[in-house]
Design a protein around this ligand. Structure first.
Ligand code: FES
Length: 236
């Protein structure tokens, strides 16, 4: 199997180039195993991120044959011809397959991703019913792998767009019965939910079956209702 890997050192190389590596055609190898093989036995300068190798840490995201994937969960057997591996689209490249995650983290921090409380705290634990947990649980499954940003045509064209994971994260707290926050001013903007054109690629790309497209459309409804009926309840 040929792995066609994007190589680039900003500030040193004029432009990214593809380099072909032949890797063993092993059925049990993920793309990440093949990259590790290249690094260990062929070219130690190849740079990429990984940590858990089990789809949990979210650090191994790359574009594989043009689609954002977790490379620890995408196997050589999923492809027949040469496999092209590139950095996630939409983010500045630091080196080879490593992108700068600071813009992504900055967007997450804009939505106050914590439980906002006002007034006296309850003296005992804050119990939730299974239904209350279910209301936001899906959105709490995000592993911050950034695949949804790389899949999103709006974010790739406009890095000011808040983006799918950040909006889903806002809903993770908006829909939590313990939260008393109000994220309307951040979400109901052109850079927020109104920038989304509902392509839905974010949801298709998510390896954890989070549905950011649904989160965005749902908040659009909330925001529209609030604009028409400003004195109705502010919670989604
Ligand atoms: Fe952790 Fe792939 S290495 S998700």
């Amino acid at each position: 199997m040929i792995l066609r890997v994007n190589r680039y050192r900003p500030g040193v190389d004029d432009a990214p180039v593809f380099q072909d590596y032949e890797v063993p055609d092993r059925e049990d190898w993920a793309i990440l195993d093949a990259l590790t093989h290249i690094k260990d036995t062929v070219d130690g300068t190849l740079s990429f991120r990984w940590s858990c190798r089990m789809g949990i840490c979210g650090s191994c995201g790359m574009n594989v044959n043009g689609e954002p994937k977790l490379t620890c969960g995408t196997f050589l057997t999923d492809y027949s011809g040469p496999v092209t591996v590139e950095p996630l689209r939409g983010f500045p490249v630091i080196r080879d397959l490593v992108v700068d995650i600071d813009p992504f983290l900055a967007n997450l921090s804009k939505v106050s991703p914590w439980l906002v409380r006002e007034g006296e705290e309850p003296e005992t634990e804050f119990a939730q019913t299974p239904e209350q947990l279910e209301a936001y649980k899906q959105y709490s499954m995000c592993i911050n792998c950034m695949l949804c940003y790389s899949a999103c045509p709006v974010y790739v064209l406009d890095p000011d767009f808040l983006g799918p994971a950040a909006i889903a994260l806002a809903q993770r707290y908006n829909l939590d019965s313990r939260d008393m926050g109000d994220r309307f001013d951040v979400l109901s903007t052109e850079e927020g939910v109104w920038g989304c054109t509902f392509v839905g690629e974010c949801t298709s790309a998510c390896p954890k079956h989070v549905d950011p497209a649904e989160a965005i459309q749902r908040y659009k409804l909330t925001a529209a209702m609030r604009s028409v009926l400003p004195f109705t309840r502010r919670r989604p």
